[in-house]
Design a protein around this ligand. Structure first.
Ligand code: DGY
Length: 320
């Protein structure tokens, strides 16, 4: 049994495979593989461990129908045609839960960076403009006691609600298809309409999956409903907001600021106007990029591979 791994993964993954007696091929080169090359590699293997492979559509699974399991090195699976894989009888696994804390911390980092204008101040020093501190200049705002509106109160959203309600005393509003009783009880979260959330929140943080329902759900109309002093944070998927509308909202001071860990497309090009704006902060999709989290993601992915190759139920399945 042989697994193809399309990017270098933490050491723990190779050790687990060796202990299970599974051979592997790792693509270690730059540039990363394109779709056609990934298919060719998959053809010579029984399983595929995929870290962000693009183009996993119906044709991909048709050409790779021999695969016994595909393990994604991510929790998100919006780029993968799950229905097509299911039709071919290929189990797809992901890495749920293990990145909740790291992603919530990334949202918090963006919130603090934007609220305290950290990047602006950093650039000011670089420009030789530290100058003399004045009581009314360069001010940000406190997060403590403010209202956080969480769009999509799933596992990651709930983690953010926990940190912000317990450590910062923030009031939590949420917009979600279903009620989250546990978060209401534990963090005093209040379920409201999207309109109310936008109007009342000082920070709006997005934690939804990218689906037909959430694609481009944030545009100028939504930004105009937010307070002009509010921050928009997206650590979910770049496709959830309309970038041109966000640039307009920031440029015209319709909202105070924005923090993004995800963009559309990725990678963002270096000449993107958001990168030069003092009220925007962009990270290159580092939500899960901590040593501990990537290690755990690898464990989940390899457990999926091992079970799939044994013909057992995989522990973290995505297929319905
Ligand atoms: C995930 O796991 O889905 C993160 O966004 C990293 O891709």
């Amino acid at each position: 049994m042989k697994v193809f791994i399309n990017k270098i993964i933490p050491e723990r993954g190779y050790r687990m495979l060796e202990e299970a007696g599974i051979a592997y091929t790792v693509w270690k080169e730059k540039p990363i593989l394109d779709r056609g090359q990934a298919i060719q590699f998959c053809k010579g293997h029984d399983a595929f461990l995929s870290a962000g492979q693009s183009g996993m559509d119906a044709d991909f699974f048709d050409q790779c129908r021999h695969l016994k399991v595909v393990a994604l090195h991510s929790v998100g699976f919006d780029g993968v045609d799950i229905a097509a894989a299911t039709k071919m009888g290929i189990p797809i696994g992901n890495t749920p839960n293990v990145l909740n804390k790291a992603t919530a911390e990334t949202a918090l980092l963006l919130m603090l960076t934007v609220a305290r204008r950290a990047l602006y101040h950093h650039r000011r020093i670089k420009k030789g403009a530290w100058g003399i501190a004045k009581p009314t200049e360069g001010l940000g705002f406190d997060l403590a006691g403010k209202t956080l509106g969480i769009v999509g109160l799933g596992r990651i959203g709930a983690e953010l609600a926990k940190i912000c309600s317990r450590s910062w005393g923030m009031n939590i509003l949420y917009y979600n298809r279903g009620r989250n009783d546990a978060a209401e009880k534990a963090y005093g979260a209040r379920r409201v309409s999207l309109e109310t959330l936008l109007q009342e929140s000082d920070v709006v943080s997005v934690h939804t999956a990218l689906t037909d329902e959430t694609r481009e759900m944030f545009g100028l109309e939504q930004f105009k409903q937010m307070k002009s002093s509010a921050i928009f944070i997206n650590t979910a998927r770049g496709g959830v907001h309309k970038e041109a509308d966000l640039i307009k909202a920031l440029d015209q001071k319709i909202i105070w600021g924005a923090g993004l860990d995800v963009t559309n497309p990725e990678p963002m090009q270096p000449d993107n106007p958001l990168l030069d704006m003092d009220n925007a902060v962009v990270f290159p999709h580092i939500g899960s990029a901590t040593r501990e989290t990537r290690d755990e993601m690898t464990r989940c992915a390899v457990e999926n591979i091992i079970a799939g190759l044994k013909g057992e139920q995989i522990p973290y399945p995505v297929n319905p």
